[in-house]
Design a protein around this ligand. Structure first.
Ligand code: PLP
Length: 365
């Protein structure tokens, strides 16, 4: 059996979590959380990082800290995991779905600009499967239209856009440590910003609205939320951050192995890496060209019979029953039936990559 993803757990993760569970109480109860945040700041190159219980929570905190609320609109790519849009809906604002680019599958900046109205307050680029959203164009349109940028970098820990780590570029960046992601704490997230005031507001809202200067216990100044990570999870996060270079490198090595076998197949395209950028390839993805007829779901079933677990490309978000269908987002609506995520995990061997490629090519007519 070749799973889609699997975390890499070494004796380091186990030792840190054991230390946290034995000693991380009382005065030490935040030690691993603070350490995890510092390590993350250093890695991303951002002065502030707030560890959270999930990326979904981090996105909600980011939007709330920017005072995004009912009546506002936020531009979200038509292709993403539901959490990107869900966090917007949680604030009462409306997600406006924008089509994606055909090569990177990330938000199309020129179509985003056309979707701007007087209610638009923010844009949320998603660095899909490790791919890079067009941040120069997005920053440019955000400046001209006075929009906030919230990067959903859940799938792109370690990706770099023109020398900068993604997530550190917008007003806020959010990351996930869910068990499927490149680095994991089981469940967990991180919210980063370069702005001290925004970081302070996110921290207050994440502490149920308590401001740090308030001397009276139980006297909150806001109604907030609580998306905190536990010290136990943060301990695991510290070990994963100690190993982050090797975790990201292995993703890149596995992608290179896939590319060697599949890169020249005329009817297949894979995750791109724009010039001057570095893709962390969270999920090696193949898109089958429109010139061949492939029943993607049947292909997945057959691969499973060979013990190979794959995952379908995301649905266009506007296709989900909570939203109004927007088939005019035609790139996204065309991609979703033709895309497949392939297995990649730290311990995956070259032989296993070969097996996936051989089986895939055998099953395609
Ligand atoms: C995984 C993911 C999230 C949510 O992460 P959680 O930590 O599970 O809340 C958000 N956005 C994208 C694009 C993701 O892939």
């Amino acid at each position: 059996m070749i799973p889609l993803v699997k975390p890499s757990i070494t004796s380091k993760e186990i030792a840190y979590v054991e230390d946290a569970i034995r000693n991380g109480w009382g005065a030490q109860c935040y030690d691993y959380i603070f350490k995890f945040q510092r390590q993350f700041q250093d890695y991303i190159g951002s002065p502030y990082a707030l560890a959270t219980s999930s990326c979904t929570g981090a996105l909600h905190l980011a939007l709330a800290s920017l005072d995004i609320k009912r009546g506002d609109e936020v531009l979200v790519p038509e292709i993403s995991w539901i959490a990107s849009a869900g966090a917007v809906v949680q604030t009462g604002a409306t997600p406006v779905f924008v089509d994606v680019l055909p090569d990177s599958w990330c938000i199309d900046p020129s179509k985003a600009e056309k979707a701007i109205t007087e209610r638009t307050k923010a844009i949320m680029p998603v660095h899909l499967y490790g791919n890079l959203a067009e941040m120069d164009e997005i920053e440019d349109l955000a400046k001209r239209h006075k929009l906030h940028i919230i990067e959903d970098a859940a799938e792109a820990l370690g990706s770099e856009y023109k020398g900068e780590k993604v997530g550190s570029i917008g007003n806020f960046g959010a990351f996930s440590f869910h068990g499927t992601k490149t680095a994991t704490t089981g469940e967990g997230g991180m919210l980063v910003t370069r702005n001290g005031d925004l970081n302070r507001m996110a921290g207050i809202l994440n502490d149920n609205g308590r401001i740090p200067e308030e001397k009276r216990p139980f006297f909150q100044h806001y109604t907030g939320f609580k998306y905190k990570i536990s010290n136990l999870q943060a301990a695991m996060g510290c070990a994963q951050m100690d190993r982050i270079e090797e975790l990201v490198s292995r993703k890149r090595e596995i992608f290179a192995l896939y590319q060697r076998r599949l890169g020249d197949v005329s009817y297949v395209s894979m995750n791109p890496e724009q010039e001057g950028s570095r893709n962390s390839y969270w999920m090696p993805t193949v898109i089958f060209g429109e010139q061949i007829q492939i029943d993607r779901d049947l292909l997945m079933e057959k691969l499973k019979e060979y013990g190979i677990i794959t995952r379908p490309f995301f649905y266009p978000l506007s296709m989900l029953p909570m939203f109004e269908n927007q088939p005019s987002n035609e790139v996204a609506w065309s991609l979703h039936t033709r895309g497949l995520n392939l297995p990649s995990f730290f311990e995956m061997t070259e032989d296993q990559v070969e097996e996936v490629c051989d089986t895939l090519l055998k099953l395609i007519p």
